[in-house]
Ligand binder design. Structure first.
Ligand code: AQP
Length: 334
């Protein structure tokens, strides 16, 4: 989202506490969350119910939920304007998810690439992983969100939420706003440092594949040094033929707010060592202020808890209004 809106829009986005936030999550989504929280009416959720689609360690999940909430604020989300909450503390999400699941087709869910990717890696696939997109549609439609800031990987899920909203409106009369995905111009898809043909993910088994927002300077330098590049030493932005170098250029460019093609021109005639050093510097500079703020927020747990409690109350009140309307349309009483 590069334009400044005239009217505040309603924005919803969520992030799973399925590990520590990565640089991919930050560049693909969180930077836009922070920008929009300055002007728009934003609802931001720690999507713990979504995280349960993959088996979690309860103690670790509890820790990850708080840490992610602190990290979202540390990335610049304005707590005065945005409503930040934990998804499971707003039960309206689960209720609407069921009502929307009953308006979602098996064929639609089967076509979701995230389901295909994740189910290929898991042995026992639970039904929640399959119906994940209808819970995500409920997250969005519950607040009548017009916009959903996401990375490119979530575009398909937002499109399904649009389809469900339109289908519901056609069947029962105008009920939901039809949402649009907001995908950043730079950094919409950051790839794994170890396998640049797949996206950087916080739940990757190999910690060298991603940069965590809490990685210290040495770790960042080491991971970028080990990042897979291409064999011929040429610096060119060509994701198809040079995925490794193109990913490093994308990271560098997104940290600096420029295009990867412009970044490639900056490095013309230089070697991979110089590129990696520049990427390391850019990432370290992006992480430093976020890490300082994160440490400060975690030191005041009471403040964070109070903020999340009031966020959940506000979100629940807004969600209930929508749910009441949906119940009425469906012939149910609340
Ligand atoms: N590699 C990425 N590049 C750009 N954006 C990304 N996002 C995720 N990975 C990248 C964006 O981050 C937001 C949060 O995503 P999520 O936590 O809800 O789920 P996800 O997309 O499945 O993210 P991960 O990191 O890959 O988590 P795991 O490993 O648990 O599956 C979304 O807006 C997403 O687009």
């Amino acid at each position: 989202m590069e334009t400044t809106p005239n009217q505040p829009r309603t924005i919803l986005s969520a992030m799973q506490p399925s590990g520590g936030m990565t640089l991919g999550n930050y560049l693909g989504a969180m930077k836009n969350w922070a920008i929009m929280s300055q002007t728009d009416n934003c609802y931001y959720a720690v999507a713990d119910l979504h995280a349960l689609t993959v088996r979690q360690n309860p103690a670790e999940l509890r820790r990850n939920i708080r840490n992610l909430a602190a990290m979202i604020l540390a990335c610049g989300v304005n707590p005065e304007r945005a409503t930040l909450f934990i998804q499971s503390q707003v039960p309206e999400h689960s209720v609407l998810a069921w009502l929307l699941t009953c308006h979602t087709y098996m064929g639609e869910l089967s076509r979701m690439t995230q389901f295909k990717d994740k189910s290929a890696k898991q042995e026992n696939i639970n039904a929640g992983l399959f119906t994940y997109p209808s819970l995500m549609a409920a997250d969005i439609l519950l607040y009548n969100a017009n916009g959903v800031p996401v990375g490119a990987d979530q575009k398909q899920h937002v499109e399904l939420a649009r389809d469900i909203a339109i289908r519901f409106n056609n069947a029962y009369g105008e009920t939901f706003a039809v949402p649009e995905p907001f995908i950043p111009k730079y950094g919409a898809r950051i790839m794994s440092l170890q396998d640049p043909t797949k996206k950087m993910s916080k739940s990757d088994e190999n910690p060298n594949a991603y940069i965590s927002m809490t990685d210290d300077n040495d770790t960042v330098a080491r991971k970028i040094k080990r990042a897979v590049t291409d064999s011929d030493g040429v610096i060119e932005f060509d994701p198809e033929h040079r995925p490794g170098v193109s990913n490093l250029l994308t990271i560098y460019a997104a940290c600096k707010g420029q295009s990867a093609v412009d970044a490639a021109a900056e490095f013309a005639g230089q070697g991979y060592g110089q590129l990696k050093q520049a990427v390391t510097d850019a990432v370290q500079s992006a992480l430093a202020p976020v890490q300082a703020e994160y440490a400060r927020l975690l030191a005041d747990k009471e403040h964070l808890n109070a903020l999340l409690r009031s966020g959940a109350e506000k979100a629940s009140a807004a969600g209930r209004r929508t749910l009441r309307k949906v119940y009425r349309k469906l012939g149910l009483d609340m």
